[in-house]
Each structure stands twice: as structure tokens, then as C-alpha cells.
Design a protein around this ligand. Structure first.
Ligand SMILES: [Fe+2]
Length: 317
């Protein structure tokens, strides 16, 4: 396939997703890679196809002693530079291709081996300063093209339908919209209905979401959507990452951060915050996977120009 948004920086994982000495498979723009992190936190990435008889390296295992990945088919080893380890020696030349990564703090970025067109956004480091990392949720491979997945994140009306069930959203008001090239910002004020006791038991995170609250959104096109939710007990940051696996498959994951006035309540809520993010992704996935092929809309809703701006950035890339 032709790469989608060639030269865009893609956030392919948060460090916590990799584990230690475990192969982690990433599909980006139709190509498969294997990543692994050693106990010193060094991260390697190679083409996932074994250059011997084309097995999937991600199904193999890590040799900790040499920091190599072992092919599951014939147990041959490769280091992070793509060199073969055989009979006690490393080959002088690489025989398979490493994937170039840029690791900033705990964030693993790549240009997919293509020439960089825009810089890596500073959003992650900037907005999470002073926040505690809660975890990653909603890791999902969605059957849907990249653009459809991108646009749902810029769509301020889908909450009324897609997320109605769990969050009882009555109204979403958007203000302070600001465009600056690939960065867009806005404020969103959400008004909710009461939840039933059963809904709260199923999702205790609802208890901390008031009837009316404001989210501060910031986007770094094409791969990051972030928002800071101001709630009575503190602040929660959700950052959605998105990258194209293939033309018809898109990967997403959500990184969560919190700053709580009361640390005991905060630690009690972490699990349900992660669960709520899982649920949001499940609902978005359902909306995308069940929709028909996109065509020109015959109806306009308020604030859709924000979504069309993102579409324009995509089309004019
Ligand atoms: Fe959504």
C-alpha cells in the first residue's frame, strides 16, 4: 500500500505497552515490525519478517544475554541493528532492516522510515507535566480507514449518540476554537443527565463526572487527540493515539493521566477511569465498524467545521 500521510510522525506505543524482554508487534502502513524493550529500557525495532524463511519474529522470544530476538521457526537470532547472530558471532552487515524510532520520555515515535514532513509534537511532554501516569486503555485495532477514525475524534456531536448510553450526555457546547496549522484547540462544556444506581455500580468513574463539566481539547494532527477534564476532585487527561495499520485497519490506544486533590480517592478511581476509556473506545469502534462507506453529507450539524478542517489537513497533506 502507499503510506497514509507519508512523513507524518506516528506515536506507535507508550513504553508501558511493551513490557520487558517481550516481542511487541506493530503494523504501520501495511508493514509489520517487532519491537522489544530490554531491562535497561533500551528499545529495538526490526522488520517483523524473518529474512530466512519469512516467519513472524514477534512470535519468537528475546535472548536477554545478547539483547536479540529469536525467530520462532529456526531459533536464529537478530540484534536491534538487524545483524544475524550465529556460531557465537554477529554478522558484520545487517541482513534485515531496523525501524528507526524516536523515543521521547515514555513515548515511542516513528516516521516509518520515511522522510519527516512535520516535527514530532511537544504536546505529550507539555500537557502531562505534574500529572501521574494512570495507564493505557482502549488498545484496539479498528476495522475502518484512518480518516474515519480521525474524524470521530473531531466530531463534537457524536457524543450525543455514540456515548449516550454510558455518559447520558444532553448537550455539548464548543467554544474558544483556535486553529494553528496542525494544532487545534477548543473548550467543550458537557451537560449530562442523572445516572441510575446500576450505571454507577457498573462504572464508578461516573461518580466523579459532574452534571456539567469542561474539557480542554488540544489536537496534534494527525495522530494525537488530548483533553483535560476539569472535575471536582482534580483533573484527568486522556490522550488518544491513532495510526494507520493498513488502508482498512486503524490502531488506537488511550493514555490516561491524573492529578487528584485527594490521593486516596484518586487511587481508588484509577481502575474505573481505565475502564471508562475502554468503554469509550468500544463505543467509537462500534460506530465506525457499523457505518457504511462515507459520502457527501446532506445534513450539517453545529461545529462541524472543526471536523472538516481536519479532513482538509488530511486531503491536502
Ligand atoms: Fe467518541
Amino acid at each position: 500500500m502507499l503510506p497514509i500521510l507519508s512523513g507524518a510522525p506516528w506515536l506507535i506505543a507508550h513504553r508501558s505497552m511493551l513490557g520487558i524482554n517481550q516481542p511487541y508487534k506493530v503494523t504501520l502502513n501495511g508493514q509489520d515490525y517487532v519491537l522489544w524493550q530490554n531491562s535497561n529500557g533500551e528499545i529495538s525495532a526490526l522488520n517483523n519478517i524473518c529474512p530466512h524463511l519469512q516467519a513472524s519474529l514477534a512470535d519468537g522470544w528475546i535472548c536477554q544475554e545478547r539483547n536479540t530476538i529469536t525467530c520462532p521457526f529456526h531459533a536464529i537470532e537478530f540484534d536491534g541493528q538487524g545483524r544475524l547472530y550465529q556460531n557465537g558471532n554477529f554478522s558484520t552487515q545487517a541482513i534485515t532492516e531496523p525501524l528507526e524510532l524516536t523515543v521521547i520520555d515514555d513515548y515511542i515515535w516513528t516516521y516509518n522510515g520515511l522522510a519527516a514532513k512535520i516535527p514530532i509534537s511537544s504536546l505529550l511532554t507539555r500537557i502531562t507535566k505534574g500529572f501521574e501516569f494512570i495507564g493505557v486503555a482502549g488498545i484496539k485495532s479498528i476495522k475502518g480507514d484512518f480518516l474515519s477514525n480521525l474524524l470521530i475524534n473531531y466530531d463534537y456531536n457524536h457524543q450525543n449518540g455514540t456515548h449516550r448510553e454510558s455518559f447520558k450526555i444532553k448537550d455539548v457546547a464548543v467554544s474558544d476554537y483556535e486553529e494553528q496549522g496542525y494544532t487545534t484547540k477548543l473548550s467543550q462544556t458537557i451537560t449530562r443527565d442523572e445516572n441510575t444506581l446500576q450505571e454507577i455500580i457498573n462504572n464508578p468513574a461516573l461518580l466523579i463526572i459532574p452534571k456539567k463539566f469542561t474539557n480542554q481539547f488540544e489536537y496534534a494532527f494527525p495522530c494525537l487527540t488530548s483533553f483535560i477534564a476539569q472535575i471536582p476532585i482534580g483533573q484527568i487527561i486522556q490522550i488518544h493515539a491513532l495510526y494507520p495499520e493498513t488502508e482498512a485497519q486503524t490502531k488506537t490506544f488511550v493514555m490516561l493521566f491524573g492529578r487528584f486533590k485527594n490521593t486516596i480517592i484518586g487511587s481508588f478511581l484509577k481502575k474505573s477511569v481505565l475502564k471508562a476509556a475502554d468503554e469509550i473506545i468500544r463505543q467509537d469502534t462500534n460506530a465506525i465498524e457499523k457505518s457504511y462507506k462515507r459520502s457527501i453529507p446532506k445534513i450539517r450539524l453545529p461545529n462541524e467545521e472543526i471536523m472538516f478542517y481536519a479532513e482538509k489537513l488530511y486531503q491536502e497533506w
